[in-house]
Design a protein around this ligand. Structure first.
Ligand code: 5GP
Length: 178
């Protein structure tokens, strides 16, 4: 791994392919044990989670469904000021055990919106799986059930995560150079 330049910024090596692989395996093993008879539905939040989800789901060996979604927010039309819509959710989630698959949880704002929308659809149980978690930035109450690697409050790219649309295809994770 060496320094990569993306647009105006330099990123330095941070998490190796092998460390990522270990974290993904650990999450999969926990899921295989804990959700064994629960026939979970994995909801993969695009775009950033696509690589993590592809690796994770190949290590999950229990019967499950999988779907890809996007979260869109609209402002100004409701009393709360913002409406969250899930794009691409075609499955009936009522009564299902749903696992939200995220690439990274930072403040938790995105996750919270998603969580509320799914709660209203009467899911039976909601679980959260994320490859990366920034505990210092996280401001919400929701339990993150499966967190692969905890990182400080720094900006990272690679393994699905982008900087201005670029860098998603990097095999390892890089951090913005200080
Ligand atoms: P949150 O709503 O938890 O604050 O942020 C969630 C979203 O912000 C993530 O799904 C991701 O798209 C983006 N994000 C947060 N931290 C990072 C980071 O370090 N790198 C990149 N590339 N995106 C991030």
């Amino acid at each position: 791994m060496s320094v990569v330049e993306i647009k105006d910024k330099k990123f330095v090596p941070y998490i190796t392919e092998s460390r990522i692989n270990t974290a993904v395996t650990e999450i999969a093993e926990k899921i295989n044990t804990e959700l064994k008879d629960k026939f979970p539905l994995f909801l993969v939040v695009l775009n950033g989670s696509f690589i993590f989800a592809a690796d994770l789901l190949r290590k999950v060996n229990i019967p499950c469904h999988l779907s890809f979604i996007k979260v869109a927010s609209y402002h100004g039309v409701s009393s709360s000021g913002s409406v969250t819509e899930l794009i691409g959710l075609t499955e009936d989630v009522k009564g299902r055990v749903v696992v939200i698959v995220e690439d990274i949880v930072d403040t938790g704002t995105t996750l919270e919106k998603l969580y509320h929308v799914l709660e209203q659809k009467e899911v039976k149980e909601l679980k959260i799986a994320t490859l990366l978690l920034k505990p210092e930035a996280y401001q919400k109450e929701m339990k993150v059930d499966y967190a692969g690697i905890e990182i400080p409050n720094d900006f990272v790219v690679g393994y699905g995560l982008d900087y201005d649309g670029l860098g998603r295809n990097l095999k390892e994770i890089y951090v913005l150079a200080k």
